[in-house]
Design a protein. Structure first.
Length: 365
């Protein structure tokens, strides 16, 4: 039996809004204690720099062309991660044995066999004087997988930990939406559509807001079903071969010319439709949906999802688990599994050829 150790997960997702940190104590299998969670919001200047840089990068050659800007921004992001790490150390009086460092996703292109997460693991290890595991997606991509989603093994663990007997679908709504379907000892997962990304992109572009809080603006607009259905048919055709998605797989041009509220209403409704239809296509039996990620707070989106899906819904928070920190907890958990050479991705989650471990370690000494 592997030893129980302390681990920290650091996660900055496709929403590009800040960093989530979680401290856990686990053996990477059956035992876990959540020590604490903490969030650091990017200031507007850094957030804009990350977003603007990501818009320039559509290929590896783009990355080479902009390598100096990449390295400068990567250093700044890494230092921000270290600041949050020291803050969570202090708050919970606990230092980890290992840090799982996801980094900031800039572009994810599994069909071209690359996924770029910005973050200097060597620098982070030096700053924290702690071993750091990073590059969680690389081994999966090198073995025929799509590099995402990686959190399903943790979702499956949560279901077993909560002793939930009936089938459960964890619907994680971040920048991209993904699900994990867990039944008995089996689970499968995939990215299932845009999450918050289209709505966030639109309010940022038109009103310089971070997001539509509670889906309030969307609730005031009118949905054009013909418009949404036309875009939906196009997107389903383009994305049906993809198991994992990038925010650049979608755009907001179809709401051009609509009022602010109508545009958000249609983006919200479209997001719910594509998520729901993909779920209905994949899972035919009865199951409970457990919502996690920032999108669970968008009341209009959740209402639209409930109208599309005839399932029992609940927030993961109802189980005394903070739904804002599932992914950072997952990467802490994955770092332990990586350290002990346990599998972190599976044919049923990323389409990898066989269950494999992943992650590379930077030693602090």
């Amino acid at each position: 039996m592997d030893k129980t150790i302390n681990a920290m997960g650091l996660m900055s997702g496709t929403s590009m809004d800040g960093i989530d940190a979680s401290l856990i104590r686990s053996d990477g299998e059956k035992n876990i204690e959540i020590i604490g969670n903490l969030y650091l919001k990017y200031d507007s200047e850094l957030k804009n720099s990350i977003y603007n840089f990501s818009q320039k990068i559509n290929s590896l050659s783009d990355l080479k062309t902009n390598i100096k800007e990449y390295e400068s921004l990567e250093k700044e992001i890494t230092i921000k991660h270290s600041e949050l790490a020291f803050e969570i150390y202090k708050k919970f009086n606990s230092k980890p044995n290992i840090v799982g460092f996801h980094g900031q996703t800039i572009i994810h292109k599994p069909d071209e066999n690359f996924s770029i997460q910005m973050g200097d693991a060597k620098l982070l290890s030096q700053l924290l004087r702690t071993d750091v595991i990073y590059q969680f997606r690389k081994n999966d991509l090198n073995n025929g997988g799509e590099g995402a989603p990686l959190t399903p093994i943790y979702h499956h663990f949560i279901k077993k930990k909560l002793n939930l007997k009936k089938p459960v679908l964890f619907l994680n709504i971040g920048g991209i939406a993904n699900y994990t379907y867990s039944k008995n000892d089996k689970f499968f997962a995939k990215d299932v559509g845009p999450g918050n990304c289209l709505m966030d992109m639109y309010v940022k572009k038109t009103r310089k807001l971070d997001f539509d809080k509670d889906g309030t603006f969307a609730s005031l607009g009118k949905v054009d079903n013909i418009l949404v259905n036309n875009v939906y048919e196009h997107e389903i055709y383009n994305s049906k071969k993809k198991h994992s998605l990038d925010i650049k797989d979608f755009d907001i041009n179809f709401v051009k010319g609509l009022s602010f509220e109508d545009a958000l209403a249609n983006l919200n409704f479209f997001t719910a439709k594509i998520i729901s239809e993909n779920i209905k296509k994949d899972v035919k039996e009865d199951f409970t949906i457990i919502l996690c990620g920032g999108g669970r707070k968008n009341k209009t989106l959740v209402l639209n999802l409930k109208n599309f899906l005839n399932n029992n819904f609940c927030d993961i928070d109802e189980f005394n688990i903070d739904g804002d920190f599932i992914e950072s907890q997952a990467f802490a958990y994955l770092s332990i599994r990586s350290l002990y050479k346990k599998n972190i991705s599976f044919p049923s989650t990323t389409k990898v050829k066989k269950p494999i471990t992943g992650g590379e370690i930077i030693k602090s000494d």
